[in-house]
Design a protein. Structure first.
Lengths: 150, 214
């Protein structure tokens, strides 16, 4: 091995890597034996490690659940906002439904159960439009109306 | 020559939450101790740069990375302990790197060139050009030791342990572990045991984390 110079050729990061590797390469049984020699309660350590890891899994699942709830609330809010985009007048709402049923296959399928859309009550028209919006079947038609381009 | 028919094999399945739970439940006492060693070591080393790192935080992050797919676990290829130790290493490396630079770097273009009174303020480049350190920064810097001073202190700690002292001085010379083992006639187990003695001595001397160096 070579003679030393005054300055280290090793930096702190390398020292840290070297220390970490001594654990990484170690057979678990060696570390267990060392811990026992040091008087550590290894049974308790094992239980604590398992509980911490299982808690971490639970934390992750809760985060996922929170994210799903957040997405659901966001979607609900968007849907509510879209309902506000319905035309103000009953005549325009009925026209919107009839036009959409004529041009949009998805809307036509859903409204097929009604014999004549012109005979529906204003409340049924509004309700049908809202249901269609909730189903997402009506988005494009609604947008056309919002733009005033229809 | 007839071409060998290509056999399409299904990719190794990636483990989900249930498999991870089962793997945790199946950890042996020895494996749990090893994982604790790894995570505590990472937290300890991180404390040199990052304030108050808790081993639990690292475990949480490691599990999150496995479950959200940032690190895929293919149980047929990698054992769970090996996987977690690899993830812990990555987290340690990333957090150390993050600690070296500001969390949210500010772009020069984001900065206003005048204050609320409309007076011009120096931009980041002009500020960087002023190399006079602030009084507080200078005080901290004066209290910090150099890397060489730290290594000299470490060599002193290991003076009672001839093998540890020898390994450490060879590291300082730039000698790699396998070369040291060969030169000293050590097997991997003897070498690692001596290194872990060094690790324990360091932690005993600086229980809250090694001092940062300038």
């Amino acid at each position: 091995m070579s003679a030393d110079t005054n300055r280290s050729k090793m930096d702190l990061e390398t020292l840290f890597d070297n220390l970490a590797e001594a654990v990484e390469h170690a057979p678990p049984e060696d570390l267990l034996a060392e811990a026992k020699v040091a008087g550590q309660d290894t049974e308790r350590i094992a239980a604590d490690v398992k509980n911490t890891l299982l808690d971490a899994v639970r934390n992750f699942e809760q985060r996922k659940l929170h994210a799903a709830r957040h997405a659901y609330r966001k979607r609900s809010t968007e849907l509510r906002c879209k309902r506000f985009a319905l035309p103000d007048s009953a005549v325009e709402r009925r026209k919107m439904l009839i036009d959409a049923a004529a041009t949009n296959q998805r809307v036509a399928r859903v409204t097929a159960k009604f014999r004549d859309l012109r005979e529906l009550s204003d409340e049924d028209v509004r309700s049908a439009l809202e249901d269609l919006m909730d189903l997402g079947a009506f988005d494009q038609s609604a947008e056309l109306y919002d733009d005033g381009n229809k | 020559m007839k071409e060998k028919p290509q056999v399409k094999t299904a990719p190794d399945p990636v483990a989900g939450t249930d498999e991870v739970r089962q793997a945790i439940a199946a950890l042996t006492e020895a494996e749990s101790v090893k994982l604790l060693h790894a995570v505590e070591g990472a937290a300890y080393r991180l404390r040199q740069r990052v304030f108050c790192v808790d081993p639990k935080e690292i475990f949480n992050e490691a599990i999150a990375r496995v479950l959200d797919g940032r690190r895929h676990w293919q149980p047929r290829r990698v054992d769970f302990v090996g996987l977690l130790i690899g993830v812990i290493k990555s987290i340690e490396f990333e957090w150390r790197e993050q600690a070296k630079r500001p969390e949210n770097p500010v772009l020069e273009t984001d900065l206003s060139d005048s204050n609320s009174d409309g007076d011009p303020i120096p931009n980041r480049i002009q500020q960087a050009a002023d190399l006079r350190p602030g009084a507080e920064r200078e005080l901290i810097r004066n209290e910090q030791i150099t890397q060489e001073q730290l290594f000299e202190q470490l060599e002193e700690f290991f003076s009672d342990d001839a093998l540890a002292a020898l390994i450490f001085s060879e590291w300082r010379r730039g000698t790699k572990g396998p070369e040291i083992m060969k030169a000293l006639g050590l097997d991997r187990q003897q070498f690692d045991t001596a290194v872990r003695r060094m690790d324990r001595a360091i932690k005993k001397h600086w229980p809250e984390g090694m001092p940062d160096v300038r």
